[in-house]
Each structure stands twice: as structure tokens, then as C-alpha cells.
Design a protein around this ligand. Structure first.
Ligand code: HEM
Length: 159
């Protein structure tokens, strides 16, 4: 592989492929659901991490939510940013902080299609936590109808 950029080294705990089984989705306005998701975080020697998150239905294998993007960090501090494009037509910049095992980010700008479906998402927060060979992600969101509430919770194993 490519030589790892100095700025990426403190985030090397995130790199690689992660498989999440039976993620739990919920929201006050919808029926609870299960999902499977695969995450991949790669670097090509640049000061950024490229990532993808592909989810599918556990029984039918039908593709569900998909997102791709990049992670950047501000040099010499613990600030981190996610730049994310989602298949359902949302595009987000999320910013926050990281440690040697956790990332906490919240959306700072959220782009939406003029013909996007309702309800519009107003804010998203994500919490990643690595513990040994597992990675957990918890996602909260706010829509025009519902205050900040948990939408997703999933634990991944390193593939
Ligand atoms: C529903 C946003 C990630 C699966 C929704 C709704 C919104 C939303 C706004 C409608 C809520 C309502 O009607 O009040 C988002 C955002 C995500 C995200 C912003 C990421 C940042 C995911 C992921 C999955 C997923 C990863 C996994 C498969 C679903 C499902 C529904 C739903 C199954 C219910 C659809 C329905 O009943 O019509 N999501 N979502 N979402 N989301 Fe997500």
C-alpha cells in the first residue's frame, strides 16, 4: 500500500474494512428495522481518508442506505471533518473531534435536493468508538418534524 501520511497516523485505528451485523434502526415516526452494513476506510498517501458505508436488508439482501466520502483533519489538533454524499440525496459536512479510539462529529452544513423527499433532515450526529476488534457507530438525527433522536446503532467487526 501507499505510505501513510503523517496526518492520518492518529486515525489509523479506523482504517480497513468493517462488517456490521444486525444494525438497529429506529425513529419515532417509523417502524423499527434491522440492517447489515459494511464500512471501508482507505488512504492513498494523501492527508485524507476515503470511506464508504453500504447497507443492505439482512433477509432480502436488498441495498439500502449508501454513502461515500472523505475524512480530513485540521493539523496539530483534534479537529476532524467528514465530507459525505448519500444516495438519498443528502450531502453533509460534519465536524467534531477525535481521540485514539473515538470520533464525535455533528453536521455543520447539510445540502438537500430541491426535489428531496420529506421530512427534511436538519441535523445529524455520529459517534464512532473502537473497542478491540469492534467498532460501534451511533447516529442521531433531527428532522423538521422530530427533535434530535437516535436513528441508528450498530457494532462492526474488523473484516
Ligand atoms: C427513515 C434520514 C441513515 C434506513 C429516514 C427518514 C429520514 C432519514 C429523514 C424519515 C424519517 C421520518 O419519516 O420521520 C437518514 C439520514 C441518515 C440515514 C440523514 C444518515 C445520516 C440510514 C441508514 C439506514 C437507514 C444507514 C440503514 C439501512 C432507514 C429506513 C427508514 C429511514 C429503513 C424508514 C423508511 C420508511 O419507513 O419509509 N431516514 N437516514 N437510514 N431510514 Fe434513514
Amino acid at each position: 500500500g501507499k505510505r501513510m501520511h503523517e496526518l492520518i497516523k492518529p486515525l489509523s485505528w479506523l482504517l480497513g474494512k468493517w462488517r456490521g451485523e444486525v444494525g438497529k434502526g429506529k425513529y419515532p415516526t417509523i417502524t423499527d428495522f434491522n440492517y447489515v452494513e459494511e464500512l471501508e476506510f482507505i488512504h492513498v498517501g494523501q492527508p485524507n481518508i476515503q470511506f464508504s458505508a453500504y447497507s443492505w436488508h439482512p433477509e432480502t439482501n436488498k441495498p439500502m442506505h449508501r454513502e461515500v466520502g472523505f475524512i480530513r483533519r485540521k493539523p496539530d489538533c483534534d479537529q476532524i471533518a467528514f465530507i459525505i454524499a448519500q444516495n438519498l440525496g443528502i450531502c453533509e459536512i460534519e465536524e467534531g473531534t477525535f481521540t485514539e479510539s473515538e470520533i464525535k462529529v455533528e453536521s455543520r452544513s447539510l445540502g438537500r435536493l430541491t426535489f428531496g423527499s420529506d421530512p427534511a433532515t436538519k441535523k445529524v450526529t455520529r459517534h464512532f468508538k473502537r473497542d478491540g476488534d469492534t467498532l460501534e457507530q451511533i447516529l442521531y438525527m433531527e428532522t423538521v418534524n422530530t427533535p434530535m433522536t437516535e436513528h441508528l446503532r450498530i457494532t462492526y467487526k474488523k473484516v
